[in-house]
Design a protein around this ligand. Structure first.
Ligand SMILES: [Zn+2]
Length: 302
């Protein structure tokens, strides 16, 4: 099908009472695994990359956002399902602007170090710029807590205040709002409990579609209830990397790689190809979410 706007995907999801998934990728195998899953289930999907990670100053090799934008755009345009391309959670304005030039048709600015007022000012600029070129903008009011796997703790975070959220959306004219309603970033092993009363209030007062980050750490029941209450975009990242890592770990434990032709391990795409295997395992996990989100077969309706 085609590269379509994130806004149109969210509106279709809202009207038809399902959620569209944003499954965050980081390289070719991972982004293809998202498309594989979406095509196999006939589901609309949002693909994309983390602006925070791609723009991270500590990267060993500086990334060129044009590589990721061009790649994502080509994949979206050649897919069999409707696809939006998001540059997620970037804390540098320059990356977002270059991202728009590179082909991303949705962007999200997020920098917890900035005050609420500063974030409004920067987001206003970003929204105006993105809208000029037909791209959509997501923002977040409140802040998700972060889980720390090493210490098994959850730190920080602030629930979304409905007054602030309403004011923010009016001021900035963003197209989607990510909310903090008990959801947690990076949470593995246990599940967070969502505050459904807060979600109901936010749905009543916020004029734009709502987004739930931290999909990995939310139970199937909570996800379904949130969708019933009007949540129409859900982000999943952490568990996809975990599945990818686990596949490679198991592969390396059970295969003596030294005695296998390297082309069989990487590149040929056969039964012994480790990266293809990881890509398939990741796809299976995405399909599980697509079914929970109710977006299976919704590509046909668009
Ligand atoms: Zn997030």
């Amino acid at each position: 099908m085609a590269l379509v706007s994130m806004k149109s995907l969210m509106n279709h999801a809202l009207e038809n009472k399902y959620a569209v998934g944003y499954f965050e990728s980081w390289n070719l195998e991972s982004v293809l695994s998202v498309i594989d899953a979406a095509e196999r289930t006939n589901s609309p999907v949002i693909i994309g990359f983390s602006g925070m990670f791609l723009g991270n100053d500590e990267r060993k090799v500086e990334e060129n956002i044009y590589h990721y934008g061009s790649l994502g755009k080509a994949i979206a345009e050649n897919s069999k399902v409707p696809v939006a391309l998001l540059l997620n959670e970037a804390d540098k304005v320059s990356i977002l602007i270059n991202g728009l030039k590179a082909g991303f048709n949705a962007i999200m600015y997020q920098d917890p170090k900035k005050s609420f007022e500063e974030t409004i000012e920067i987001t206003k600029y970003i929204t105006r710029t993105a809208h000029y070129v037909g791209a959509d903008v997501e923002a977040e009011v409140g802040e998700l807590p972060n889980a720390d796997i090493a210490s098994n703790t959850v730190k920080g975070g602030e629930l979304t205040d409905p007054d602030k959220a309403e004011y923010f959306v009016e001021q900035t004219e963003v197209d989607a709002l990510a909310v903090s309603i008990g959801n947690v970033h990076l949470l593995e092993g246990k599940k967070s409990e969502l505050d459904f009363d807060l979600l109901k209030t936010l749905r009543k007062r916020i004029k734009v579609p709502l987004v739930l980050h931290g999909g990995t750490g939310i139970s199937e029941d909570n996800l379904k209830e949130a969708i019933k209450l009007g949540m129409c975009k859900i982000n999943v990242g952490t568990v996809l990397k975990r599945v990818f890592i686990n596949y490679i770990q198991t592969y390396l434990k059970s295969n003596n790689v030294d005695s296998i032709d390297p082309h069989e391990v990487i590149g040929k795409g056969g039964a012994k190809d480790m990266l293809c295997g990881a890509r398939e395992a990741m796809s299976e996990e995405i399909i599980r979410f697509i079914k929970i989100f109710g977006s299976e077969n919704k590509a046909k309706m668009m």
